[in-house]
Write a protein that binds this ligand. Structure first.
Ligand SMILES: Cc1cc2nc3c(=O)[nH]c(=O)nc-3n(C[C@H](O)[C@H](O)[C@H](O)COP(=O)(O)OP(=O)(O)OC[C@H]3O[C@@H](n4cnc5c(N)ncnc54)[C@H](O)[C@@H]3O)c2cc1C
Length: 385
């Protein structure tokens, strides 16, 4: 499966932008756990984060394949798109399920970069992967909802104006079905910070601007509800394929970065009077990582093609995410090994990218959950949970 040649200019443009944000920029932020504001502003100004917003709302109306190419190039350039990837796809829930009024109010501002929709609040400390057990609840009170509860790992909440939030509106035991009773809200955090909303950063092994978020009698207007009350789980699921495909593309970019670094180093590092890459013991792991990356890349392309054709792509999106996350992690490990001691030196950027790419077999969905999806939904095996 080859890629359409017309993506070459987009790829080149992303590369050119990323060249202004070299390793030293990311190293400095990594040390102080800083947010890459200049990088995100540059991507926004160039319109890359509005790739999937239709032209009628001021976006570029590009395909999923083009959006995936953007994310891949960011990572392959050594940058970190995790600082802003949600701005690209979280709006999909509003686009597909929001009212005409909500779309007109929010999407043009998001496309222009005046409104940041970077925060996505699903995971909770007690329920984890079991989303249907989440406890954050929203109770209708006249023209408002009152929200109480807690989210964890809500990334970029401190660098976002809006948050897409999943909360329970009908107690689980009263809900019409197992998946009913959850609702999606588009919260304007600027209105409620300090008035029921508290955000606390969590320091993690890599620079990721993630947080925990507390809701205490937080009142939000009733028109922050997206779509129909009680249908939120379905809405969130409908956005997950886009998320998986785009993050899989990021992993492909990471894998390419590690493979390029390793191949270049193995060709020029001389030990025992020969380039280390002349030894098959060094060559083969690089070739193996390349093969793994290419196989994953084909699945990412297939998933993106099905997505943009409007076809069912749950299995392909999950498999793409799984293969790509494994490929990037394998390439990261190989790259450290190829560099020997220098793989651990901060100035080579490898240890930083190694930490960053480790995330993707855990988040936004962990490997086991993908395997159980394939086992149950594709292979028809009995449900395990
Ligand atoms: C840096 C970071 C950023 C994140 N950003 C966001 C964000 O912006 N918004 C958001 O909502 N969430 C976010 N997450 C949360 C992320 O999606 C979850 O961490 C991930 O889905 C795993 O959930 P958990 O941590 O609760 O693990 P748990 O659900 O506690 O699972 C722990 C382990 O047990 C395994 N497991 C659990 N149940 C089963 C089972 N039935 N069968 C087999 N294995 C099982 C899991 O696969 C996992 O390996 C982020 C997480 C991290 C670390």
């Amino acid at each position: 499966m080859t890629e359409a040649a017309d993506l070459a200019p987009i790829r080149e443009a992303v590369r050119a932008l990323c060249a202004n944000f070299p390793g030293a920029y990311w190293r400095d932020l990594d040390r102080k756990r800083g947010y890459p504001e200049e990088f995100v502003a540059a991507l926004t100004k160039a319109g890359f984060l509005a790739a999937l917003i239709p032209e009628e709302y001021g976006g570029s109306g590009l395909t999923m394949t083009a959006a995936a190419a953007i994310m891949e190039e960011i990572q392959a350039s050594g940058c970190n798109g995790a600082a802003c990837h949600a701005q690209m796809y979280t709006m999909g829930t509003v686009l597909r399920h929001g009212s005409a009024e909500q779309k007109a109010r929010y999407l043009p501002g998001i496309a222009r970069g005046e409104l940041r929709l970077q925060a996505f609040g699903v995971t909770e400390p007690t329920s984890g992967t079991d989303t249907l057990s989440l406890r954050t609840n929203a109770t209708r009170d006249g023209d408002h909802y009152v929200i109480n509860g807690q989210k964890i790992w809500t990334s970029r909440a401190e660098h976002s104006d809006l948050m897409l939030l999943l909360a329970r509106t009908t107690p689980r035991e009263q809900a019409a079905s197992r998946t009913a009773g959850l609702s999606v809200f588009l919260i304007d955090m600027r209105e409620v910070t300090g008035k029921g909303l508290t955000i606390r950063p969590i320091r993690t092994m890599m620079n990721h601007a993630t947080t925990e978020v507390f809701f205490e009698n937080m009142r939000v207007p009733a028109d922050t509800l997206v779509g129909a009350e009680g249908q939120g789980f379905r809405y969130i699921l409908s956005g997950m394929n886009a998320e998986r495909i785009l993050i899989a593309a990021e992993c492909i970019g990471d894998a390419k970065w590690f493979i390029d670094k390793a191949a270049a180093y193995a060709s020029q590092r001389v030990v025992f009077d020969r380039p280390i890459g002349q030894n098959q013991g060094v060559q083969f792991p690089i070739a193996r990582a390349y093969i793994g990356m290419r196989a994953a890349e084909l699945m990412v392309r297939e998933a993106a093609a099905l997505y943009e054709a409007g076809k069912e792509c749950g299995a392909e999106a999950n498999m793409a995410k799984h293969l790509a996350a494994e490929a990037s992690w394998a390439a990261a490990d190989m790259c450290v090994q190829t560099h020997g001691g220098f793989g651990f030196a901060e100035e080579f950027d490898i240890e930083r990218k190694f930490r960053e790419t480790r995330l993707y077999t855990v988040a936004p969905i962990s490997t086991n959950l993908i395997l159980s999806y394939i086992a149950e939904h594709v292979l028809g095996l009995p449900r395990s949970y």
